[in-house]
Design a protein around this ligand. Structure first.
Ligand code: B1M
Length: 238
């Protein structure tokens, strides 16, 4: 590629990133899908699309919600537009996955926020993990049963809603009660939970975001012969 065509490709990538960001902010799922398709066809990595467009747009919608500048309907539409874009950009990576381990992931009981969980699931898939997504509002029983049935080695719990975070403790307790705690690496993440909470519930690690969740899983899965001080914390809280 010549220098000119490389820079014009980057211009049009920038343009589609802005288009996608605006589409998510405005809750326009059709435009979000189109912009994501354009970015995928230009070979932009899924993680770049997430970090440059989807995540900042959702953060901005969240900030506007907190300032009472937008309300629940706008949040729902923004969430749907983000999900449409994710469906487009993550399909190929998912198919190409090589398995480094198997993760059962879900959003914990009572909590239906699933965008961050979906991103984390997708980025783990894109980075070589087999991911079984048990959805949102998943009970402690559902986590444990799925992990056993699927033969997973990692259980990942996401939580954005403070009242729901207490159910994370029940998952760990249930594993202990069944004498299978050591079979799984238990990791947590999501805006409601923080490093000390991982310690509090007896999890093996906490990650700030999806990329760091990959680093965390890599560390835990690769830790057979080394002592890790647990919980392993990847990223700074806030
Ligand atoms: Co609601 N909501 N919401 N919401 N919502 C929050 C979370 C809130 C902080 C807004 C606020 O008041 N400031 C607040 C929670 C307060 C609290 O308890 N701490 C809140 C509330 C109160 C509510 C309702 C109760 C509102 C109501 O009905 N009155 C209700 C709850 C329903 C329920 O769950 N039972 C509700 C509903 C909704 C919508 C349905 C409208 C929608 C969700 C759509 C969906 O998820 N499908 C929604 C949204 C969109 C938000 C905000 C604006 C954005 C969340 C989001 O998607 N962020 C949020 C405010 C905010 O966060 N600023 C808010 C983008 C996403 C990419 O980030 O999920 O943090 P995040 O994920 C990151 C990391 O945290 C991390 O990686 C991700 C990517 O980097 N991560 C992990 C996530 N999971 C991980 C797991 C890991 C590792 C890393 O390992 C397993």
């Amino acid at each position: 590629m010549s220098a000119n065509s490389a820079s014009s490709n980057e211009d049009s990538v920038g343009e589609q990133i802005r288009r996608l960001t605006t589409a998510v902010l405005e809750g326009n799922a059709d435009t979000a899908r189109e912009a994501a398709t354009a970015l995928q066809s230009k070979g932009v990595a899924p993680l770049d699309v997430v970090n440059r467009a989807i995540k900042p747009a959702m953060d901005e919608v969240g900030a506007k919600y907190e300032r009472l500048e937008v309300f629940l309907p706008e949040l729902v539409l923004a969430g749907e537009a983000a999900q449409e874009a994710l469906k487009v950009i993550l399909t190929k990576e998912g198919r190409d996955a090589l398995s480094k381990g198997k993760v059962v992931i879900g959003t914990i009981f009572g909590d239906i926020h699933d965008i961050g969980k979906n991103i984390t699931a997708a980025i783990l898939t894109a980075n070589g993990y087999q991911v079984v997504d048990i959805g949102n509002d998943a009970s402690p029983d559902k986590f444990v049963e799925a992990a056993k049935t699927e033969g997973a080695n990692i259980i990942g719990m996401s939580c954005l809603l403070t009242p729901s975070m207490y159910f994370m403790r029940d998952v760990v307790q249930r594993l202990k009660d069944e004498g299978i705690r050591e079979r799984f690496h238990v990791i947590i993440g999501g805006a409601a939970v923080y490093p000390d909470w991982a310690k509090e519930v007896g999890a093996d690690g906490w990650a700030k975001d999806a990329e760091r969740a990959v680093q965390l899983c890599d560390m835990l899965v690769g830790s057979k012969d080394q002592q890790l001080s647990k919980p392993v914390i990847v990223g700074e809280w806030r």
